[in-house]
Design a protein. Sequence first.
Length: 99
Amino acid sequence: MTQNQRIRLASLLNASHCAIALAVAMTAVIPEPLNARDQAPTAEENEACMEDVFRLCSSQIPDRVAITSCLRSKQASLSQQCRYVISVRDTGKKNSESK
């Protein structure tokens, strides 16, 4: 295997690891539903917290409960969008006018 082939392979592996981590994080932002209020997160909710998960709670991936707990404990550092998602999840209220 040539040096160029090794570099391409390493690049592909890094890209696949990132894709896997992203997929895991997307499903790990909010814990499994416990009741009607805790339904599975929407794609928009996952997207709202994705950067915060990687920035603040990446060591908790793939544990959904740990990620959610981590996000809650660092609410002051969350992006506005993620803070909103977490608060909506905690209160069970959604502002239908915000959509």
